[in-house]
Design a protein around this ligand. Structure first.
Ligand code: CDP
Length: 146
C-alpha cells in the first residue's frame, strides 16, 4: 500500500497493525470533560477521555464523533490532534483529538457512570487512566489558567 496523508481506513492502523482507539479532549467553557468508566472491572472507577475503537474503514475523526454521540448523546466537532500515541493493551493504541460541543449536554449513556467538567486547576482531582494522562496534560494547556 502506498503512503497517503489522507490515509482513510484507520481501523487497524496500516503502519503498525494496531487497532486505534480515539478519545476526545472535549473542551467547553474553559473546562475539560472527564468520564468515569463503569466497566470492565479493572478499569471501573478510573477516569478517561471519552472515546472508543475506530471501525474498519472509518476515519478517526468520524469515529470520535460517533463515539461521543453513542456514549454522551452529544454532537461534537473534532479539533486538532494532540500529538502522540499511547499504548493500551497489546495491539491497541490511543490517539486523542480536542473537540468542541456542537449541541447537547453530555450524559453518561454508555460505558460511564459519572461525568465531570474540570477546570485546569481541578484536573488532578480525578484518578485518570495512566494512558490518558499525557493527553490530559497536553489538553490542560488549551484551558485558561485562572
Ligand atoms: O467503545 P469501544 O468498545 O469501541 O471502546 P472502549 O471499550 O471504550 O475502549 C477500547 C479500549 O481503549 C479499552 O480497553 C479502554 O480502556 C481503552 N481506552 C483508554 O485507555 N482510554 C480512553 N480514553 C478510551 C479508551
Amino acid at each position: 500500500m502506498t503512503e497517503s496523508t489522507t490515509h482513510h481506513g484507520t481501523g487497524p492502523d496500516h503502519g503498525t497493525g494496531a487497532v486505534v482507539v480515539v478519545a476526545a479532549a472535549l473542551l467547553d467553557g474553559g473546562r475539560l470533560l472527564a468520564a468515569r468508566r463503569s466497566a470492565p472491572a479493572d478499569l471501573a472507577g478510573r477516569w478517561e477521555l471519552p472515546g472508543g475503537k475506530v471501525e474498519p474503514g472509518e476515519r478517526p475523526e468520524d469515529a470520535l464523533v460517533r463515539e461521543l454521540r453513542e456514549e454522551l448523546g452529544v454532537e461534537a466537532v473534532p479539533g486538532e490532534r494532540i500529538p502522540g500515541e499511547w499504548p493500551l493493551k497489546p495491539g491497541y493504541v490511543l490517539r486523542v483529538w480536542t473537540a468542541r460541543l456542537r449541541s447537547g449536554e453530555p450524559r453518561p449513556l454508555e460505558d460511564h457512570d459519572e461525568l465531570r467538567w474540570l477546570a485546569r486547576h481541578e484536573l488532578d482531582t480525578v484518578d485518570w487512566l495512566d494512558q490518558d494522562r499525557p493527553a490530559v496534560a497536553e489538553a490542560a494547556l488549551r484551558l485558561p489558567a485562572a
